[in-house]
Write a protein of this length. Structure first.
Length: 383
């Protein structure tokens, strides 16, 4: 799995498509965060806000409206009993539960409505700024030896590792400053997705009990996305790796662990390093847009079914009149691709390869995935 920078909270019902990003056991890798504010996801989903309140400095705030300090304390007391029944050490339980606080700002961020409609033409320049491109190229060169080794081990092109690292946490600089257990307890108490966040809360306790990170250092977004890779606890448990071999998995402070974890997520989700992510294309006049993946799927399963219906060989797309943006013939390669239109018929058109589908596991947002692909390409592009 598998989840974030400072960007405008965006979305529009026309741009949304699936319900929950999947990067771990349920939705993970910041999904809750990613989709809510990240660029057009299929239809609802996580995670990765881009204007993300998740990156703001968290402060415990007084409960408001229906939320009262007493009722949150009662909820926490119940959670504590459940934690003890599950067998967590009393020392850990006492430490964690003594630290829990209610974050009203997290509740507000979770319920915040999109402020305006974004398009790829407005979204991409903000997400892939000249400064971010320059930093991505700089870090790609600085860490190339390490990245090449990890890329070879996991079968993932290093430029995609750097692109995700840069877009998720601004190259490890913006990871959120909320106490993850408190953020997850707050979101569980809020009630809209109690089962999901309660599960994530106990997985966070697992991470602490295994000694990967200290409680004081377990910081993240308002929705509980953690570290340089912005993994939810479930994504951490499923995909996180000890990249530096020190016996701990610390995606907060170890760049090597973050790189290896990102690569392992992609590998586990079916990454093919013989291919790229996709390409922007042109379609002919009077094109039959029923070939495009529809929007508004009720869940990921349906979205994958629609992907399968759209997917066909490059030769088949060539026959249907699809061409490169320069009007040239498509590559003569034995690759299948689905047709994606994040902004409907008035916007850009993409042939999406299997790695695009893998990135949609990370964050089910057409805008986010497209930004990862563009940044990855620009990292190695000739000026």
């Amino acid at each position: 799995m598998k989840f974030t920078q400072i960007a405008v909270i965006v979305a529009s019902s026309l741009l949304l498509a699936c319900t929950t990003t999947v990067s771990g056991k349920a939705q993970t890798a910041t999904e809750v965060v990613k989709t809510q504010a990240a660029a057009t996801t299929e239809t609802k989903a996580p995670v990765k806000p881009q204007a993300k309140a998740a990156t703001a400095v968290a402060t415990a705030e007084p409960a408001q409206a229906a939320i009262t300090k007493g009722s949150f304390e009662n909820y926490v007391a119940s959670l504590k009993q459940e934690a003890l029944q599950k067998g967590y050490s009393k020392a850990l339980v006492d430490e964690v539960f003594a630290s829990l606080k209610h974050y009203q700002s997290a509740v507000v961020a979770d319920k915040k409505q999109p402020e305006f409609t974004e398009t790829l033409d407005t979204y991409l320049p903000k997400r892939i700024s000249k400064q971010r491109i320059a930093l991505a190229r700089k870090y790609y060169k600085e860490h190339q030896k390490e990245l090449d080794a990890i890329g070879q081990k996991y079968g993932v092109q290093p430029r995609f590792i750097v692109a995700l690292w840069g877009l998720e946490s601004s190259f490890g600089k913006i990871m959120g400053n909320y106490s993850v257990p408190s953020a997850l307890a707050t979101m569980a108490y809020d009630g809209r997705r109690e089962a999901f966040f309660k599960s994530e809360f106990f997985l966070a306790l697992d991470i602490l009990q295994q000694g990967h990170v200290k409680l004081a250092d377990m910081k993240g977004s308002w929705a509980g996305a953690m570290g340089q890779s912005q993994f939810m606890p479930s994504a951490f448990m499923s995909y996180a790796q000890d990249g530096d071999g020190d016996g701990h998995i610390n995606i907060w402070q170890s760049r090597s662990d973050a790189f290896a974890s990102i690569a392992n997520y992609l590998k586990t989700r079916g990454w093919d390093n013989s291919q790229t992510w996709g390409r922007e294309v042109k379609v002919p006049k009077n094109f039959d847009f029923s070939y495009v993946i529809p929007k508004g799927s009720k869940d990921r399963t349906q979205w994958l079914q629609w992907w399968a219906k759209s997917e066909r060989s490059l030769a088949a797309w060539q026959t249907l009149g699809v061409r490169t943006t320069e009007g040239k013939a498509l590559p003569k390669r034995d690759i299948k691709a689905a047709l994606v239109m994040p902004d409907d018929e008035q916007g850009r058109v993409y042939l999406a390869y299997s790695n695009y589908q893998t990135l949609m596991h990370w964050n089910r947002s057409y805008y986010f995935v497209t930004s990862v692909g563009y940044l990855a390409d620009l990292i190695v592009a000739e000026d």
